[in-house]
Design a binder for this molecule. Structure first.
Ligand SMILES: [Zn+2]
Length: 428
């Protein structure tokens, strides 16, 4: 392993390029890549591709056809850039998603201008994760400048649809071998997880829609019908009395942050019963014949997906037996297993060592409360040596007045450059 002194030139190079890093971040923010529907993916991907082509990268654009949301108005365009080194060796890949979530209310700064103020760059996606992607690009460019004879290969990908599950992005590429050995050996995803933390995985997710059934009747004589909403209230009551206390008791050995997310959690995303909202005038009085609830269950590596499913269906089956007239349907919408990589593996350990050198702090290993594209690299690409590491505070993601600190981006770029340099010289 090189001593840090051998790598001083790359660190200095990054210090010299802070303005470029800030401008690149601002440029990325100015593409309003809101997902859904998937705005401005193509110009954003091409902007990054053109920049990297000038630095000797071979650029490929991969459109994900036949995935949710892909259409000619909103094509799912991914960019993959690869630059071969001077001799054979491992491939280090940096992957960033270019999509951002909707703007939402509460902003006091323009969301797509890339405003710079008090050492921060503001805008939707500044933190999650255009600041991280810009840091990775600057890290790699600085490495190429100061170490042009590097072995192996460097890849950077800019992918879409992470915020909606990654099916048109990393999952699509992983299914086609872009995230598997022997093409790629080590992956860093610069998601905003704070610059002194290495994220080695995430909890699992299970989304389902539960529908309770009723029978329509006149609202003045509800006893002649069967209220699906009251049946759903019984489901919620079971959740409150039985399920939530149980979930709160399950604490993971995974180092999930924040602390509250070390337990199993369940969010109720939405609840709709009876006649549809959104028409003018008074609704006709009817007993609700249907009530639908979407649940978002986050689970731990210690739980299995089957257990998570059956825990909910057991409650519903029990209500069928104990509550007269209770009928239900359940539809699975989305499932992701928890993912965790080895903290002593090459990418995690090398990144941790680089954090210690650049920031002079003890790095911590964490897991993310929500999933990100690591799931596809792990499950589909079968590539285990993957982490998330990048600038920005996780809490700011998806918030109004989202920002990323310039110092954080510089520090993360240095850590990524050191890490890449060492991984490229690593012999398996
Ligand atoms: Zn993200």
């Amino acid at each position: 392993m090189d001593a840090v002194s051998d790598l001083q030139p790359v660190l200095h190079r990054i210090d010299d390029r802070v303005d470029d890093l800030v401008e690149l971040t601002r440029d990325l923010i100015r593409f309003p890549t809101i997902n859904p529907p998937g705005e401005a993916y193509q110009p954003c991907a091409e902007y990054i591709g053109k920049r990297l082509a000038k630095r000797g990268f071979a650029i490929e654009y991969v459109r994900a056809f036949d995935v949710p949301g892909d259409c000619d108005a909103y094509p799912r365009i991914n960019m993959v850039a690869r630059r071969e080194g001077s001799r054979s060796g491992p491939c280090v890949h940096f992957n960033g998603h270019i999509d951002v979530v909707e703007v939402g209310a509460g902003w006091t700064v323009p969301p797509f201008d890339g405003l710079v103020k008090d050492g921060r760059v503001y805008g939707r996606g500044a933190c999650d994760m255009k600041g991280g992607l810009a840091s990775a690009i600057i890290a790699v460019e600085a490495l190429i400048d100061t170490d042009p004879e590097y072995p192996g290969a460097i890849e950077i990908s800019a992918t879409v649809d992470e915020e909606s599950g990654g099916f048109g992005g990393v999952a699509y590429l992983a299914e086609r071998g872009w995230f598997s050995a022997p093409r790629v050996d080590h992956v860093i995803i610069p998601e905003p997880l704070n610059v002194d933390r290495v994220c080695i995985g995430h909890r699992g997710v299970w989304w389902a829609e539960i529908e309770t059934k009723g029978r329509m009747a006149h609202g003045s004589m509800p006893f002649l019908g069967e209220s699906a909403i009251r049946h759903m209230a019984a489901v919620l009551d079971r959740f409150e009395q039985k399920l939530y206390p149980k979930l709160a008791e399950r604490i993971s050995d995974m180092p999930v942050v924040p602390d509250g997310a070390r337990q199993s959690t369940l969010n109720i995303n939405s609840l709709h019963g009876g006649q549809a909202e959104g028409h003018d005038g008074l609704p006709a009085p009817c007993v609700a014949d249907s009530c639908r609830m979407i649940i978002d269950r986050r689970f731990l590596i210690e739980e299995s997906l089957d257990e998570v499913r059956s825990e909910i269906t057991d409650i519903l089956e029990d209500l069928v037996k104990s509550r007269p007239g209770f009928q239900f349907d359940i539809r699975e919408m989305f499932a992701v297993e928890p993912s965790i990589s080895d903290k002593n593996g090459p990418v995690a350990a090398t990144t941790a060592a680089a954090i210690q050198e650049v920031l002079a702090v003890e790095p911590s290993f964490i897991c993310s409360p929500g999933t990100y594209d690591q799931k596809h690299i792990d499950r589909i690409g079968k590539l285990k040596d993957c982490i998330a590491y990048g600038p920005g505070q996780l809490d700011l993601a998806h918030q109004p007045d989202e920002w990323v600190g310039i110092d954080d981006m510089v520090a993360a770029a240095k850590v990524m450059a050191l890490t890449a340099s060492r991984l490229l010289r690593r012999t398996a």
